[in-house]
Design a protein around this ligand. Structure first.
Ligand code: SF4
Length: 86
């Protein structure tokens, strides 16, 4: 099931105001995505279909469908502790 609210929030963060922590966490997540075999040339995740430059601003932990963001989220923390299926 797609979490529309999470997608809208992530896009809002991409274009809106961000805290330093959110920017650092997103940059760390994007670094992981940049070397991931599931990243498409157009910056979408082939595992979940999300646009990565917005997805990296999700406030849900464990949003990477392959569990590759865990270290980034441990390093920089996250705002919420809910798990997304995206
Ligand atoms: S969200 Fe996860 S699976 Fe998708 S491109 Fe990024 S690291 Fe890879």
């Amino acid at each position: 099931m797609i979490d529309i609210i999470d997608i809208v929030k992530s896009w809002s963060k991409l274009i809106g105001n961000k805290t330093d922590q959110e920017v650092k966490l997103a940059a760390e997540r994007y670094k992981v995505c940049s070397s991931c075999e599931f990243r498409s040339k157009l910056d979408f995740c082939k595992a979940c279909g999300c646009y990565l430059k917005a997805k990296i601003f999700t406030t849900n932990t464990a949003s990477c469908p392959k569990g590759k963001w865990n270290e980034a989220e441990i390093k920089y923390g996250n705002v919420k502790t809910t798990k997304s299926i995206l």
